[in-house]
Design a protein around this ligand. Structure first.
Ligand SMILES: Cc1cc2nc3c(=O)[nH]c(=O)nc-3n(C[C@H](O)[C@H](O)[C@H](O)COP(=O)(O)OP(=O)(O)OC[C@H]3O[C@@H](n4cnc5c(N)ncnc54)[C@H](O)[C@@H]3O)c2cc1C
Length: 342
């Protein structure tokens, strides 16, 4: 498509922030990506301009115009590459919509992704963020990915260990930040699904649905029902899901907090530490339902910051800063933003 100039990114981010990209392009094959890097304009600008890969824009907050090249990833394709008695390996283009891919797996009874139903965004960001919900993270089903190295202009394979997955973290958010474009991801899915209903909310919803025989389809539907009831639909109210991560604290810090705040909500971790529910901390500081202009804290889930219409990115950012400071003051706990701030 060549390179366009001064393009509004409003429809490319679920917060609905009206920022612009100085340059903008998209690609739907690795050949198109090569061609793009061969363009004369790109070569001239290459050394000077930053590149931002855009998936579904559901984990980004623009606080200013992007003074570089916004590159929309449109790489499509779902390919079954191998199977054995227990697993099926599926290679998926980074530009495929995440939830549609989950639906495809659920309909084919390939297990592992059902708890991650209805997460917005595209496949390419799933390992970058190590997306997670209801007791499952992408790392649990990840097999490998291929990524294009922007400087060396070559494709490199990463296995799970190479990705250094953590809680909403991977090597692509840290050491290799802005160095790679993820082209495709291969997942290893279970042909004999193992049901994960450890989250109480899923069990309650399954009971409400009156499910007699458990299936991945039922779990997926339960997750869809729960999410639809408590998270704002970005098409109606701009948001990027959880704005902050749930902070992890040591067991002794948790015990001290528990003495002072007996109702504190936390989940124990396999490493012995405790993960605090950031939404609870924010709610206790009085932010739930807060609104200033068009920037606000969602009234059904305090972890989600929202744009009611025409908020600027830095208004949302400033609100997040105030929330961070008040949580620090009340609980002496540092919140960390999950959303990528641009
Ligand atoms: C209502 C709502 C609910 C949500 N719920 C959850 C949830 O339950 N769990 C969860 O984990 N997340 C959740 N999210 C956050 C978000 O959906 C995920 O982080 C998702 O993976 C982002 O995908 P995306 O394609 O929109 O990424 P983008 O926002 O487009 O990009 C995110 C980051 O990844 C980079 N990136 C994107 N694609 C590529 C690529 N191909 N190569 C290299 N870098 C790339 C971008 O440059 C950016 O830095 C939610 C968001 C919303 C709006």
């Amino acid at each position: 498509m060549g390179i366009q100039e001064n393009i509004s990114l409003k429809k490319y981010n679920t917060f609905g922030i009206d920022a612009s990209a100085k340059y903008f392009s998209s690609f739907s094959s690795s050949e198109e990506l090569d061609e793009l890097f061969d363009l004369k304009e790109f070569k001239i600008q290459n050394s000077k301009f930053k590149i931002l890969i855009l998936g579904g824009g559901s984990n980004i907050l623009f606080t200013k115009n992007f003074d570089g090249l916004g590159l929309k990833n449109e790489l499509k394709g779902i390919e079954l590459i191998r199977e054995d008695a227990d697993y099926i390996y599926i290679k998926v283009g980074a530009g495929e919509n995440w939830h549609q891919f989950v639906v495809y797996c659920v309909n084919n009874n390939y297990g592992g992704l059902e708890n991650l139903s209805l997460i917005p965004g595209n496949v390419g960001a799933s390992p970058m963020q190590n997306i997670g919900a209801y007791g499952v993270e992408v790392k649990d089903v990840f097999y490998e990915l291929e990524a294009f190295h922007l400087k060396e202009k070559k494709i490199i394979k990463f296995n799970a260990a190479d990705c250094v997955f953590g809680y909403r973290e991977s090597v692509f958010k840290r050491k290799y930040k802005n160095e790679f474009i993820i082209l495709n991801v291969t997942y290893r899915l279970n042909k004999k699904p193992i049901f994960n209903t450890s989250y109480g909310a899923i069990q309650q919803e399954l009971e409400k649905m009156n499910i007699k025989e458990l299936s991945i389809k039922a779990i997926s539907q339960a997750v869809i029902n729960i999410r639809s009831s408590k998270l704002p639909d970005p098409l109606k109210i701009g948001n990027a899901g959880s704005f902050f991560k749930n902070p992890e604290v040591s067991n002794s810090t948790f015990n001290q907090l528990k003495e002072e705040f007996p109702a504190i909500v936390a989940y124990s971790q396999s490493n012995g530490s405790m993960k605090l529910a950031a939404g609870w901390l924010i709610e206790q500081c009085g932010w739930k339902g807060f609104r200033s202009g068009d920037a606000g804290c969602y009234d059904k889930q305090a972890l989600v910051l929202v744009n009611y219409g025409n908020a600027a990115g830095n208004e949302i950012y400033d609100l997040s800063e105030k929330i961070l400071q008040s949580v620090k003051q009340k609980f002496n706990v540092e919140l960390e933003r999950e959303v990528n701030i641009i």
